[in-house]
Ligand binder design. Structure first.
Ligand SMILES: Nc1ncnc2c1ncn2[C@@H]1O[C@H](COP(=O)(O)OP(=O)(O)OP(=O)(O)O)[C@@H](O)[C@H]1O
Ligand SMILES: [Mg+2]
Length: 313
């Protein structure tokens, strides 16, 4: 549904997007992650024909964003970083106007506007001036204008920014319900949002892709670290020594006071599963086992690891 090939964008001499290539299949929700300035919004502006790329190609629903922008715009709903809402318009009128811009006329435009109002929870404010709405409600209006022409593809630049927790859950639900029929790319800095809504994640840093994979694949890759955290009532050197001598154990930390006991961190060789052996030793010793769990990298850890570039001089 979306095909991006060697896409680059320079602002003057500054390279914002550097040879990006990726595909998004129909019905997928792709999470677009990256630190500030990574090139997310720039890529989204190119995909929605708001800005030309410097080189490379991008196709949406089979249409080239440079050569057939009208065809692309018909099929794409876009929520920019700053929602394009007119503050001196009433919500309903604005959404009818947005539907008109997409070629819907009279009753069809009104029906589409009402449907978007319903989906984005705007029923209570549809008669109010946009300029008088709170930030979160303005964000909802932005989302409503993105879906008003029932596009196949949604490109949402930080869709839940400024929303309250309840509305975040509702909007995530809305995005999930759109998946399947729609293809969605959404950027966010809220990592649990990715876990809640996305089937795949693309992480970019300094305009380049550093990872693109399913969340399952990313977590599986990260579990290889094989680190166990053990909390015992009595962290004795005897226990540490016994764990250390197990086959497959690479290192054992000194016990540190934590969680009402002593925490010991055990790191295994990549291919070894030492959970059961460690559990046996902890039980049979009189250490008083309080907790045993596998430490895995959180999405936050992955993100930091993949986007921290060590600058060489
Ligand atoms: N209009 C512009 N003129 C010059 N440079 C720009 C312009 N817009 C963006 N940039 C630069 O391009 C790079 C990528 O910016 P972009 O807005 O795409 O990042 P982003 O990933 O969306 O970041 P954020 O998470 O802060 O929204 C940055 O270095 C930014 O300073
Ligand atoms: Mg941005």
């Amino acid at each position: 549904m979306i095909e991006v090939q060697a896409l680059s964008k320079f602002y003057g001499t500054r390279k914002a997007v550097d040879e990006l290539s990726f595909n998004v299949e129909k019905g997928e929700v792709l999470g677009f992650l990256g630190p500030n300035g990574a090139g997310k919004s720039t890529t989204m502006k190119i995909l929605t024909c708001f800005m030309p790329a410097t080189s490379g190609t991008a196709k949406v629903a089979g249409y080239d964003v440079f050569e057939q922008p009208l065809e692309v715009k018909k099929r794409v709903g876009y929520l920019p970083e700053t929602p394009p809402v007119y503050k001196d318009m009433v919500v309903l009128d604005y959404l009818i106007y947005a539907a008109n811009l997409h070629g819907l006329k009279k009753a069809a435009a009104k029906n589409a506007a009402l449907e978007a109002i319903e989906k984005c929870g705007l029923g209570g404010v549809k008669g109010r001036l946009i300029g008088n709405l709170s930030k979160g409600y303005r964000q909802r209006v932005g989302l409503a204008q993105a879906i008003v022409h029932r596009p196949e593809v949604l490109i949402l630049d930080e869709p839940t920014v400024g929303l309250d927790p309840k509305q975040i859950i509702e909007i995530r639900g809305l995005i999930k319900s759109l998946a399947g029929d729609h293809t969605v790319i959404l950027s966010t800095h809220i990592l649990p949002e990715v876990q809640a809504t996305c089937s795949r994640v693309l992480i970019i840093n300094q305009g380049r892709i550093v990872a693109i994979d399913s969340l399952d694949a990313i977590s599986a890759r990260l579990r290889k670290g094989n680190v166990l955290s053990l909390v015992v009532e009595r962290g004795t050197s005897d226990l540490v020594g016994k764990i250390q001598s197990l086959p497959g154990v690479a290192s054992v930390s000194n016990p540190e006071r934590a969680d009402g006991g002593h925490r010991i961190i055990v790191t295994a060789d990549e291919s070894s599963d030492i959970r059961s052996a460690v559990a046996k030793i902890a039980f049979s010793s009189d250490a008083g086992l309080l907790e045993l769990k596998r430490e895995s990298m959180s999405l936050e850890d992955v993100f930091v690891k993949l986007t921290t570039v060590e600058h060489s001089i």
